[in-house]
Design a binder for this molecule. Structure first.
Ligand code: XMP
Length: 523
């Protein structure tokens, strides 16, 4: 994390105090064309903040109480730089406390939907909340502000928070007890936009077209005349990375697609067709199906499966990259949520990087430098970039697919037969979802082949075949998820098709576990 990656655009600094929804603040800002970065509060010192040169600073919410001993606070410089500051929830309390006001523990906590009465106009509420209005917001707090620092006035109040919205118009400091970044604060997005555009004067010119042009320049500068290799997984992130880099350096990029044999129906063909035939990007398509199946023979323990797949993937990829010859750089589709250093108050490391046990994780001894042009983007922004690059829509809207592929959707031992059965069932399931127009509402949908056989009857014949479980979840980031509430009629129709059309399955069940306590995948 250094100074801003986009010096030609306005940027806002978000100091994170550990709220679960800090990332939403960043997303809301980016949606209105403002570049922003999230930094943990304890890693933002005066020098770095000054070098970042933000047009405004947002202080996030957080799980701690400002009344506790050693409660986290903002670096003093935040209030001394003569830039607007917006404190949200815990961020508001920090601001009040640090500027000489007082926070106290509330008699009644306020969680969830609440209403504020708008008492006065302000630059943030202009054109959104009128004086006298009663507006819906989302609260989540135990403490609240009890007295204001000099210069502040109350803009709105709620039953549980007499200082729900406060402002020091002269210094351009604002604080809200509620969370404008969550959708339940009905016009929260617009309030944030008023802060960035009206108060901070951001132009809102950070668009995907400008991002694309700037990244291309950056990639050219970083790579020079050298060669780059990029591993394709078939997923959106690595595909968009490859197309962007190809646009920057042309055929000095070679893509490597390791076919593990654990992909879904037609997936490998689609990847090869898109990259080799459509984009004419040099591609090494390595058919390693037999190697993977052989290495997995007889293995049924989930972690061992992952380890075997992970290490074999590295060996195969390494050999391919040697064949590609003399690359100095490795391109990766790392996204912003993977690199945000998260604030942890639970004793864990404060800079945990959320890596998803990814099969694409390559060893450091490959001695390649990394090119990661999407480090600043959220998943939905990658999709927008893909569209900007003219990539096919059915590629861009794809559900995520795990690196170990179908291996973690066949609990127990993996065989070629089981893979075939699962591919067929999965194809039918996704086909029905597409036909019902539900694909884009669902984060991930897939079939799982259980290592259990049950008795059935088809015609006059007794059958003894596998059980197939269907899984579909909604989620925003894969960290938590809810099962998708299909209509019974949809489930019935899909089950009938699978049982009729797939030899080897005679029973279908639907998984209604949320995450937590379950995980999305079955292994
Ligand atoms: P779980 O099963 O942990 O999955 O709830 C959360 C999200 O991560 C994906 N996933 C993986 N992705 N390599 C990946 O690239 C993996 O080993 C892996 N395991 C799970 C999963 O599909 C879901 O989107």
């Amino acid at each position: 994390m250094t100074t801003a990656q986009t010096p030609s655009h306005d940027h806002i600094l978000i100091l994170d105090f550990g709220s679960q929804v800090t990332q939403l603040i960043a997303r809301r800002l980016r949606e209105s064309g403002v570049y922003c970065e999230i930094w943990p509060f304890n890693q933002a010192d005066e020098k770095r903040i000054k070098a970042f040169n933000p047009r405004g600073i947002i202080l996030s919410g957080g799980p701690r109480s400002i009344l506790e001993k050693d409660a986290p606070v903002a670096p003093k410089i935040v209030f001394e730089m003569n830039v607007p500051v917006f404190g949200i929830c815990y961020g508001q309390q920090i601001m009040v406390q640090q500027l000489g006001g007082r926070v106290e523990s509330a008699h009644s906590r306020e969680f969830g939907r609440a209403y504020v009465d708008v008492l006065k106009p302000s630059e943030i509420t202009a054109g959104i909340w009128k004086k006298g209005a009663h507006e819906q917001v989302w609260m989540s707090h135990g403490d609240h502000v009890a007295s204001l620092p000099d210069g502040f006035e109350v803009i709105a109040k709620s039953d549980g928070a007499p200082f729900a919205f406060i402002a020091d118009k002269k210094r351009r400091f604002y604080g809200v007890q509620f969370h404008p970044e969550v959708v339940h604060t009905l016009r929260g997005r617009e309030l944030l936009k008023n802060f960035t555009h009206n108060v901070c004067g951001c132009k809102g010119d950070w668009t995907m077209a400008s991002f694309r042009a700037e990244q291309i320049e950056k990639i050219r500068k970083q790579v020079g005349k050298n060669k780059v290799i990029c591993g394709l997984s078939g997923g959106v992130d690595s595909s968009v990375t490859a197309v962007l880099i190809h646009e920057a350096i042309g055929d000095r990029l070679t893509c490597i697609y390791v076919d593990t044999g654990l992909m879904r129906e037609g997936e490998s063909e689609q990847v090869v067709d898109l990259f080799r035939n459509h984009y004419n990007i040099p591609l090494i398509h390595e058919d390693a199906c037999e190697q993977f199946l052989h290495a997995l023979a007889g293995v049924d323990e989930p972690e061992r499966k992952r380890k075997i797949i992970g290490s074999l993937f590295i060996d195969v990829f390494d050999a391919c990259s040697t064949r590609a010859g003399g690359a100095k750089f490795l391109a990766q589709g790392t996204l912003y949520p993977d690199v945000i250093e998260s604030v942890s108050f639970t004793g864990g490391p404060s800079d945990t990087i959320k890596s998803h046990h990814n099969v694409g994780g390559l060893p450091e001894d490959m001695k390649l430098e990394l090119v990661e042009p999407m480090r600043e983007l959220f998943k939905d922004e990658v999709r927008v970039l893909g569209r900007e690059l003219g990539m096919p829509e059915d590629f861009i809207r794809r559900h995520p697919f795990p690196g170990p592929g179908l291996a973690i959707r066949i609990p127990g031992e993996i065989t070629e037969d089981k893979l075939e059965i699962l591919r067929k069932a999965d194809t039918i399931y996704l086909d029905e979802i597409e036909k019902a127009g539900l694909y884009d509402e669902i984060w991930q949908a897939f079939a799982v082949l259980l290592p259990v056989k049950t008795v059935g009857v088809m015609g006059d014949t007794r059958t003894y075949e596998y059980v197939c479980a269907l899984r579909a979840v909604t989620s925003t980031d894969g960290m938590t998820a809810d099962y998708y509430p299909f209509e019974h009629e949809f489930l019935g129709r899909t089950a009938t098709r699978i049982i009729n059309e797939v030899h080897g399955i005679n029973r279908v069940v639907y998984d209604i576990t949320s995450k937590p306590p379950g995980t999305i995948e079955w292994e």
